[in-house]
Design a protein around this ligand. Structure first.
Ligand code: HEM
Ligand code: HEM
Length: 498
């Protein structure tokens, strides 16, 4: 079976220290290769398109007369095009690629019906093109996170996601291992939860306040039950894999998974605090938001303890660097979110750029960084060639790391001043704008750095696809020698990733 993979894949798929299950990994990778490669290609294209929309939207906030003569380029359309290109084009396509690659490895089974998964990926991306064109042409559904036209674009997502889900779930059903590693639960659950929330969210019968409630049930769960579980699943796979040791605690991973499912699904109404909904709905959601501390700390402690005494590995593995960055951001954004869900805090932050900064701390610092790290690990193993330049990886990392600080810090601080100014009846609108301005300009500078980083990353991926000369010598992201302690041995098997 490994004959279907380029020869060098075998070397890359067999990190020097981890020869166990090599054949299983090679067969698994061969089965998901076509789909995963295409998924990553689509995702990088959407990342570039989404970055351009994001930058244009950002500059427009402090240069309001720029690009105003064409309706397609007005703020409302460009902003929605940005959100959708990034959330469903970049992040979701990358997640489809990571999922079809991870699952066969973890369940020791080749990807089932890979043709269905490939067709699903095409459907998903056709939906993306129709959706973005629809938004720019002015046919938005007018619901946040559900802007893509319901009848042109959405059926493609239902069919596309369904086909990829069918392939993944049948692979899990045919598994050759008894124990399901925690990453499998997260990915499997995401592919069961997402179709449910997507169909409910798009159901056309709701109007008025009901529509707002269903809208935020959907949008919040798109974050918590779609993007979050796949990214946590990836982090749970790569951190132990690269360190060569099992996760710290199997029990904590169970606790984190089930409490995420129970509490996150009740969080949605915290987006409508102050809105005309029954108080019990909002209060339930605030309480559930507070309870999110449990899954968040379970994941944070588990991942931190797995890394404990192995932080030095961050120097050797770009995958680990991106993924650990993303995992720390998950803890930070979630704790920030818990605060923002309290009425007293939300009164200050709602309708301000603090929310936008929080959104990017989640979707960039957590989701996007984890997807970058995953692609750095997976792509060489699928293409059979090493990343061409360590320098390009380093430029990518530092430009997006610095870009995020420049993007998020001033935006959060200005957002708070904006909230204070808006809540003060004696402030003029001009004072509110003046409070926001440093944050808006900071975001454009930070966004430019992020976009440069994306350009570097896309160029490197392009070189990889083109088959540019492979580097000789050790891969820049080889696994470090495993340290298996006596405690690790006790949990090994249940908590180890293949
Ligand atoms: C090049 C980097 C990026 C730039 C310059 C950028 C810029 C922007 C801007 C200007 C807005 C509109 C803010 C407003 O309405 O006040 C926005 C919103 C948004 N962006 Fe980005 N963004 C970037 C990366 C991303 C990424 C990678 C994702 C997702 C993976 C993302 C997801 C979102 C979402 C969900 C919103 C809506 C947030 C909300 O309403 O609270 N962005 N972005
Ligand atoms: C787990 C604990 C979390 C809690 C309690 C939480 C809470 C909140 C709250 C209260 C808001 C502001 C609503 C408003 O005033 O409009 C919000 C917005 C948002 N959060 Fe979180 N958050 C959490 C985690 C996350 C994570 C992990 C992500 C990303 C994957 C994320 C992404 C977002 C986005 C994108 C928005 C803006 C939505 C919009 O207006 O378009 N949050 N969150």
């Amino acid at each position: 079976m490994s004959a279907t993979l380029p020869a060098r894949v075998i070397e890359l798929a067999s990190p020097i220290t981890d020869m166990e299950n090599l054949d299983i990994r090679l067969r698994a990778d061969a089965s998901s290769r076509q789909v995963a490669i295409r998924a990553f290609a689509f995702s990088v294209i959407w990342l570039l398109i989404g970055s351009v929309f994001g930058l244009v939207a950002s500059f427009k906030m402090h240069m309001p007369d720029w690009l105003v003569s064409n309706a397609a380029l007005t703020f409302g359309r460009v902003r929605s095009a940005h959100l959708n290109a990034m959330a469903y084009g970049w992040a979701s396509s990358a997640m489809l690629g990571v999922s079809v690659w991870i699952i066969p490895r973890l369940v020791h089974t080749e990807l089932r019906v890979p043709k269905a998964a490939e067709a699903g990926l095409y459907f998903w991306n056709i939906g993306m093109v129709l959706g973005i064109v629809g938004i720019l042409a002015g046919y938005s559904d007018g619901l946040e996170w559900l802007e893509m036209p319901r009848y042109w674009a959405d059926p493609f997502f239902v069919i596309g996601g369904g086909l990829v889900g069918l392939s993944l779930l049948s692979t899990i059903a045919m598994r050759e291992v008894e124990h399901l590693y925690v990453s499998v639960w997260y990915v499997m659950a995401a592919f069961i939860w997402f179709p449910i929330i997507f169909v409910v969210g798009n159901w056309p019968t709701y109007t008025g306040v009901e529509s707002a409630a269903v809208n935020w049930f959907y949008a919040h769960n798109a974050l918590g039950l779609w993007l979050t579980p796949v990214c946590l699943g990836a982090a749970y796979y790569f951190i132990p894999k690269i360190l060569g040791r099992p996760i710290y605690s199997y029990q904590l991973s169970l606790l984190g998974f089930w409490t995420l499912g129970f509490f996150y699904s009740l969080n949605g109404m915290h987006h409508l605090i102050g809105g005309p909904l029954p108080t019990w709905m909002i209060t339930t959601s605030i309480v559930a938001s507070g309870l999110m501390i449990i899954p968040v700390m379970a994941v944070g402690v588990n991942q931190h303890m797995t890394l404990n005494k192995r932080f030095g590995a961050l120097r050797y593995s770009p995958t680990l660097r991106f993924i650990v960055f993303g995992s720390v951001a998950y803890t930070l954004v979630s704790l920030q979110g818990v605060f923002m869900a309290f009425r007293e805090v939300n009164r200050l932050t709602h309708f301000t750029h603090v929310t936008i900064a929080h959104a990017h701390l989640g979707l960039y610092s957590f989701v996007t960084m984890i997807m970058f790290g995953s692609i750095y690990y997976i792509l060489p193993r699928l293409l059979g060639r090493e990343w061409i330049s360590e320098k390009l990886i380093s430029w990518h990392f530092w430009s997006v790391a610095v870009g995020q600080i420049v993007y998020l810090t001033p935006l959060t601080i200005s957002g708070m001043f904006q909230g204070v100014a808006m809540g003060d009846p004696t402030s003029t609108w001009e004072q509110v704008i003046t409070a926001m301005l440093p944050g808006l300009i900071g975001r454009s500078v930070g966004g430019t750095l992020l976009t440069i980083g994306h350009g570097v990353f896309a160029y490197h991926v392009f070189l990889m696809f083109r088959g540019a000369k492979a580097r000789q010598g050790l891969p820049p992201f080889h696994e470090v020698a495993p340290i298996i302690t006596r405690r690790d041995k006790a949990t090994f098997g249940r908590g180890a990733a293949t």
